[in-house]
Design a protein around this ligand. Sequence first.
Ligand SMILES: [Zn+2]
Length: 131
Amino acid sequence: MSRNAGYMKKLRKARVERKQCIRCGKPLSQESLIRGVKQCEKCLDYQRKRKLGQISSKVNTTYFYNRQYKKDEIKRKELGNFMVENKITIKDLAKEANLSQRTIQRILYTDANYTKKTKDAINNYLGKELL
Ligand SMILES: [Zn+2]
């Protein structure tokens, strides 16, 4: 982990205390809690598949339910400022929110649209409605 991941470390700790998945913030099931797992089944499954190379790190934007969001300069700037203030690097956020670094860079530096899935992944991970 990067030495700059202080905010995320704190957020993860708070989520463990609140019995929430450390990645998406959803409440953990009784089974997960008994097993001592810190992530929900969905996040664990995602990581397992990604490790096996079954999921590419790029977010698929072709599915119709991944509604495209209109560009929003202010929100992009808010996200950028929040990352700087909390010393969150693009690399950290990409890794922790299960997104590619390219996706994060596109959101921060270009006016490219992004999907609801991406928006949710970033907001859920940061524990704040930034996008
Ligand atoms: Zn989760």
